[in-house]
Design a protein around this ligand. Structure first.
Ligand code: DP6
Length: 383
């Protein structure tokens, strides 16, 4: 083989939005959580990271990363942990089989792009680290399963470990001090419950809030309410959510989703000093979901919020009319209007004036998406 060979592999990876939230670390160094969590992987047609990893004996210097066209720092402990672990696994393969090219000794060049605006404040670190780990694992031809890779991605960003799978995914928090039991597993593939949909209401924040990494550490250190959350609330939510997914029971899924989001944000407010991720527009989105459910006479929509003001509303395809229709009607004529082939009938849903005007003024964009697949290997290389 020529010495100027460039070895290459590319993958896409999805975003996931938790319905039972990860919030709190029991070991910040290994990035081990205080509790298990469960998420829905979202379709990569709408939101995904595409990452190409290359290495070559001709490359000089350090490993590098270009993210959305800009050089990005990878000297941070979390990225370094991922690169170190992936290299060690490759080195072990090379030691076993001396005929393999010594990729583990070559500098890595990584190029990564999101198909959604970073400014939208959507959790991009989950898709980013999942794509980084998956792309390098492909480049190194590691025989590792998604669960094995989730142990590595977790060290980049906790929520990233769940983006190694499609569908409905649990991150088992684990108990071991070495973290070897803290990994993601598939609860059900997307095909098990394919009609799950999600609307992301992008809400602009006046200023950048507290990062999740720092926010959760403050919560662990100061919130008394949080102790109850990890001891009893989350374990019960995990059991109920797994059963809801297994039985495709939207009512149960929705109730746990909303209660768990509320519990997480209550713990944020119980943090000292308090952390407020939800704002007036977020709370208007909660009221709109309540109005939609009241008009339907049953639970057809569920809200959830991460470490920022954006709302994610889960619903089933069959209820697109009232759910999508209500939110789309608010945005008609504004920049954020996302057109759709279908028309949605939301005539029965009545929002009060304050709710309507907050949403009209505060939601800048709506992303209509669905449950989707895990990382996909591609030949569409970025470098
Ligand atoms: C509110 O995964 O971003 O989105 O492990 O410190 O990188 P680090 O945190 P991160 O936290 C995500 C928190 C959350 C809930 C969730 O996704 O489960």
């Amino acid at each position: 083989m020529a010495t100027d060979t460039i070895y290459k592999a590319s993958t896409t990876a999805p975003v996931n939005i938790a319905v039972v939230k990860y919030w709190g670390k029991r070991d910040p160094k290994l990035n081990l959580p205080t509790n298990s969590s469960l998420s829905v992987t979202l379709s990569q047609a709408d939101l995904r990271t595409l990452t190409t990893a290359t290495c070559s004996p001709t490359y000089q210097g350090e490993d590098s990363l270009i993210l959305n066209g800009e050089p990005s720092d990878i000297t941070g402990a979390r990225t370094q942990a991922c690169l170190r672990e992936l290299r060690a696994r490759r080195a072990a393969l090379e030691a076993e089989n001396p005929s393999l090219p010594k990729l583990s000794t070559m500098p890595l060049r990584i190029v990564s792009e999101n198909n959604f605006p970073t400014a939208a404040g959507l959790a991009s670190s989950a898709a980013g680290f999942a794509a980084l780990v998956r792309a390098i694992a492909n480049l190194y031809e590691l025989p590792s399963s998604p669960t094995e890779l989730s142990l590595i991605a977790r060290q980049g960003s906790g929520s990233a470990c769940r983006s190694l799978f499609g569908g409905y995914v649990a991150w088992r928090g684990g108990e071991q001090a070495d973290g070897l039991d803290s990994k993601a597993v598939e609860v059900a593939p997307a095909s098990h419950w394919p009609d799950m949909r999600a609307l992301i209401l992008v809400v602009s924040a006046a200023k950048k809030g507290v990062s999740s990494t720092s926010g959760m550490q403050q919560t662990v250190a100061t919130s008394d309410l949080f102790q109850g959350r990890i001891a009893t609330v989350v374990p019960a939510h995990m059991d109920k959510m797994e059963a809801a997914v297994r039985d495709r029971d939207f009512t149960a899924f929705a109730e746990v989703t909303m209660k768990d989001s509320n519990s997480f944000h209550a713990c944020c407010m119980d943090t000292y000093p308090p952390i407020y991720y939800m704002n007036d527009v977020s709370r208007a989105a909660v009221r709109a979901v309540e109005a939609i459910n009241a008009a339907a006479g049953k639970t057809v929509a569920a809200y959830t919020f991460d470490a920022g003001p954006n709302a994610v509303v889960y619903y089933l395809e069959e209820n697109s009319g009232p759910v999508v229709g209500t939110f789309y009607s608010l945005l008609q004529g504004t920049n954020g209007w996302k057109d759709s082939a279908k028309s949605y009938d939301s005539a029965a849903v009545k929002l009060d004036e304050a709710t309507e005007s907050l949403l009209k003024g505060g939601v800048s964009r709506i992303i209509q998406t669905a449950v989707g697949e895990g990382p996909i290997k591609t030949d569409q290389h970025l470098a």
